[in-house]
Design a protein around this ligand. Structure first.
Ligand SMILES: CC(C)(COP(=O)(O)OP(=O)(O)OC[C@H]1O[C@@H](n2cnc3c(N)ncnc32)[C@H](O)[C@@H]1OP(=O)(O)O)[C@@H](O)C(=O)NCCC(=O)NCCS
Length: 166
């Protein structure tokens, strides 16, 4: 694996984040729900970062980026919907197509677990994954997540809910 750094998203990341999201748009849309087209602009990404940082300040979201040693964003990972009364959150992540298969998502999920424990003092993490997303399921299982629930809505791919007690 090439050297990378995982750090909290910041407002100066807009340009690098737009490049990352545009370069990988088609790749992500093959595996996860598509973003609104308004997101893919300087204004859209700036507003997206502002919204995430507001949630970070409110203690409900922790957004991370993964960058290579050239300062390029190669992945993202989030603790989403942090609930301090339930002491739980959901994990989410996406890796640039060109950086896949090197263990970055596994590294990112392990980082999320560590932050959930040490920074947020959480006890439970959950994740959702479509049945066809074998790489993502492998990452979650390798990090200790267990399948809790499978569901399917009419006309959609089967969706698995996984959980991890930490
Ligand atoms: C899923 C995703 C996060 C994996 O990222 P990654 O950095 O390649 O993951 P890792 O390298 O840590 O591990 C992936 C593992 O799955 C394996 N894998 C990937 N696709 C596979 C497939 N179709 N069949 C079998 N194994 C597969 C890889 O070989 C690797 O296993 P290995 O380490 O034993 O070789 C990345 O493909 C991605 O961002 N996809 C688009 C967005 C997405 O799906 N996000 C997750 C939503 S739940």
């Amino acid at each position: 694996m090439k050297p990378v750094r995982i750090r909290t998203l910041q407002c100066t990341d807009a340009e690098a984040l737009l490049t990352f999201e545009l370069d990988n748009r088609e790749w992500f849309e093959r595996h996860i729900d598509a973003r609104d087209s308004a997101f893919y602009s300087a204004q859209g990404v700036t507003e997206h970062i502002a919204a995430y940082l507001a949630e970070f300040a409110a203690g409900t979201w922790h957004p991370f980026i993964i960058e290579d040693n050239g300062g390029n964003i190669v992945g993202r990972a989030n603790l989403k919907g942090i609930d301090m009364s339930e002491r739980s959150a959901e994990v989410g992540y996406r890796i640039a197509q060109s950086a896949c298969g090197q263990g970055l998502a596994t590294l990112a999920v392990r980082h999320l677990i560590q932050e959930a424990q040490l920074h947020w003092n959480l006890k439970q993490l959950v994740a959702s994954v479509y049945a066809g997303n074998i790489g993502s399921a492998k990452v979650l299982e390798r990090c200790g997540f267990l399948i809790e629930h499978a569901s399917r809505q009419e006309g959609t791919e089967r969706d698995y809910r996984l959980g991890l007690s930490i």
